[in-house]
Ligand binder design. Structure first.
Ligand code: PLP
Length: 290
């Protein structure tokens, strides 16, 4: 795990992360009552900023909180934090919790100053070696709650599920609910079945992935047919290609699932095309205003 960059943002202040203090009564700490985002920054330029800020606003609305900042205010905070920490490639984490009361109250929802926290970490994207080998995944029942479309800071189920992969020396846990693919414990999942690129349709069962959206746009641009449609467990296990996507892992080919080879057991041709499209898209954006 990479060490965070030295300066964080907490409730209007930019300060060394060692000096940041949050109340023990913060509802994020007591209840996991908050939402968050993770966004890559390439050479000082946030990637898909609008998608991340609007997803945060949506997550907050879903838990009945107004976003404490407008998109322009967020932009100003990111710009200041990037100026203080330097413009290297990094991932920006930011979260908003419902704030701190004196005590522990399950209802009604209090109106409090929100707790807003951001920090950056140097970006460590998967290496070429990892990409070329592909990753091993395990599968598990999706034991999360019924609102996985909210990017909630309450990640206990995701953490326990991801740990199943770690215990099996695998990189991700792919989740199945009622016999159908949902997503990864911290990623979206894409499959190629009979030449068709498919991922489950957006629903409360999955997070609206920002990288998934990029993959869909790039697939359309490259003339690769994509369909948002259910993927059964049998289809998943027989898929020619399986990929995961997320802001910090980009697009990675899965070459084994529960110890069985996926397709030919190596990264597939459609993954390679889209991976190249994604890298070209990043180059296209670099240097553009944000
Ligand atoms: N699904 C889950 C459960 C996630 O935690 C994540 C990212 O952390 C994703 C999907 C992918 O979303 P994004 O591409 O916006 O990182």
């Amino acid at each position: 795990m990479a060490e965070p960059l030295p300066i964080c943002y907490l409730n209007g202040e930019y300060l060394p992360f060692e000096a940041a203090r949050v109340s023990p009564f913060d509802r994020g700490f007591l209840f996991g009552d908050g939402a968050y985002e993770v966004m890559p920054v390439y050479a000082g330029r946030p990637f898909r900023l609008a998608a991340h800020t609007s997803r945060l606003t949506q997550s907050l609305a879903a838990i009945r909180m107004e976003d404490p900042h407008t998109p322009d205010e967020w932009r100003g905070i990111f710009a200041a934090l990037l100026a203080k920490n330097g413009a290297q490639d990094q991932s920006l984490y930011w979260q908003v919790t419902r704030g701190a009361e004196r005590g522990r109250n399950q209802g009604p929802l209090p109106k409090l100053p929100r707790t807003v926290f951001l920090f950056g970490t140097p970006l460590t994207l998967p290496t070429a070696e990892v990409r070329e080998r592909g990753i091993a995944c395990v599968s598990a029942l999706d034991t999360r709650w019924a609102r996985c479309d909210i990017k909630s800071v309450a990640l206990l189920a995701n953490i326990l599920l991801r740990n199943l992969a770690a215990e099996a020396d695998a990189a991700e846990t792919i989740l199945l609910r009622d016999g159908y693919l949902t997503e990864g414990s911290s990623s979206a999942v894409h499959v190629v079945v009979a030449g068709e690129l498919r991922s489950p349709a957006q629903s409360p069962k999955i997070l609206p992935g920002t990288t998934r959206r990029v993959v869909e746009e790039l697939a359309a641009r490259a003339g690769i047919a994509h369909r948002a449609a259910p993927v059964s467990e049998a289809e998943l296990r027989a898929a020619d290609e399986i990929w995961i996507s997320s802001a910090l892992r980009e697009l990675l080919p899965v070459t084994s699932l529960d110890g069985a080879a996926v397709g030919a057991g190596m990264p597939g041709p459609i993954w390679r095309r889209l991976h190249n499209e994604l890298q070209a898209y990043k180059r296209e954006l670099s240097g553009q205003p944000w």
